[in-house]
Design a protein around this ligand. Structure first.
Ligand SMILES: [Zn+2]
Length: 391
């Protein structure tokens, strides 16, 4: 059985600050209704995220262990936000407050949490830290890392009402009965930094109001097009030279559509699956994955590339050509590998090709892919992942 993550959004207003130079960041949690085992898992999750993101300003998180209904909701996150602060890279765009604070080097929202995370107390949770979740339980660290990811920037501010799509028109009525610990701002029809990088399969940006007035039916059509992408330089490169598929199913799922990586593109076997909308029982992912980190860097986070990345974000560079490939493909690596396993996975994450390769740096290595059916594949060598299209 799979359950839905449910995630919401909201935001606040500006003040001032400085620059920073620090490795990592600190999370300060204020927990309500939790057990000591849950507190430990919360702190552990903060330590994992804290390795990746540099900020001199602690990230403040309120956690509520509460009844969210008996059903499919695992947890709900409501991020605080800031816009038009002095160091904001873009004007009139909402940034998660913790990101704004990290850019400013000072606290723009004193006394307010950067995110409220509501965790459903009807779920059969596993609070262990070892990523060995027993059958029949949900791995809390996995879900909590996911929810923090929303507070760090995976939020679109999208809303679909009837057929009318909008950005920045979410109100307290939309999140009821939940209430945030911080004042709910007037979003004023502004986009989030995350949604400002969204485009459709034709490369039309969703924040282009000449094409997609906000709000409008044409914008709403895009929200259910199953054809939306996040397109920014670092994640584009990390994704093998392609925009990153966003979850935008033809039946709109409030709180899930527009807020996640596409489920089928990044299935549980994929290292970038953490920020997809569904999590199954005993599904464990205790790292954000290189693509999520690249997206966070794209929206403005100062990312720590020196700690915690050895086994996560590869420094291996690979060239595959031709791409798309018909039958024979050539790969070239920027370093020599000896008896290294190369795997090719389909879009469902199933390994469809395995070979042990040895190749000198810069030499071309030929592989016969004529047996593969047409589609998009991921080539994995060591911890490097590369996209391959087969015609
Ligand atoms: Zn989510």
């Amino acid at each position: 059985m799979k359950k839905l993550y449910f995630c919401f959004i909201l935001f606040l207003a500006p003040i001032s600050g400085k620059l920073f130079s620090q490795t990592g960041s600190t999370f300060n949690f204020t927990n309500t209704g939790t057990s000591s085992a849950m507190d430990s898992a919360i702190d552990y999750s903060g330590q994992i995220w804290g390795q990746y993101l540099n900020s001199t300003v602690p990230i403040k998180v309120n956690v509520y262990y509460a009844f969210l209904g008996v059903g499919t909701t695992l947890a709900v996150t409501m991020p605080n936000g800031e816009r038009d602060f002095p160091t904001a890279p873009l004007d009139s765009v909402w940034y998660p407050s913790c990101l704004a604070n990290s850019m400013e080097g000072s606290e723009l929202n004193p006394g307010e949490a950067d995110m409220d995370i509501f965790v459903n107390n009807t779920v059969n949770w596993y609070f262990g830290l070892d990523a060995v979740c027993p059958a029949g339980k949900y791995d809390f660290v996995t879900v909590f890392l996911h929810e923090i990811g929303h507070g760090l920037g995976f939020l679109s501010l999208a809303k679909l009402q009837d057929t009318i799509g909008s950005f920045g028109h979410i109100t307290t009525a939309d999140i009821s009965p939940l209430i945030t610990s911080f004042p709910f701002p007037d979003l004023q029809g502004k986009y989030s930094i995350f949604s400002s990088y969204m485009e459709n399969g034709s490369g039309q940006q969703l924040d282009d109001t000449l094409i997609f007035p906000n709000p409008s039916v044409v914008l709403g059509d895009e929200f259910v097009s199953n054809d939306l992408f996040f397109n920014a330089p670092l994640s584009f490169a990390q994704n093998g030279g392609a925009p990153v598929r966003i979850y935008a199913p033809t039946v709109y799922a409030p709180g899930s559509s527009m807020e996640h990586l596409n489920e089928s593109t990044f299935p549980p076997s994929n290292p970038n699956t953490l920020m997809t909308p569904f999590s199954g029982m005993s599904e464990e992912h205790h790292t954000p994955g290189p693509l999520t980190i690249a997206i966070l860097e794209d929206i403005g986070w100062n990312v720590n590339h020196d700690i915690g990345f050895e086994n996560i974000l590869s420094d291996l560079r690979m060239e595959i050509f031709p791409n798309p490939v018909q039958a024979e493909a050539f790969i070239r690596l920027d370093q020599s590998v000896q008896d290294e396993k190369m795997e090719i996975m389909d879009m469902m994450g199933k390994v469809v090709y395995v070979r042990t390769i040895s190749v000198e740096q810069g030499a071309y290595y030929s592989i016969d892919l004529s047996a593969l059916t047409g589609g998009i594949y991921t080539v994995r060598i060591k911890d490097g992942l590369f996209k391959l299209i087969k015609n």
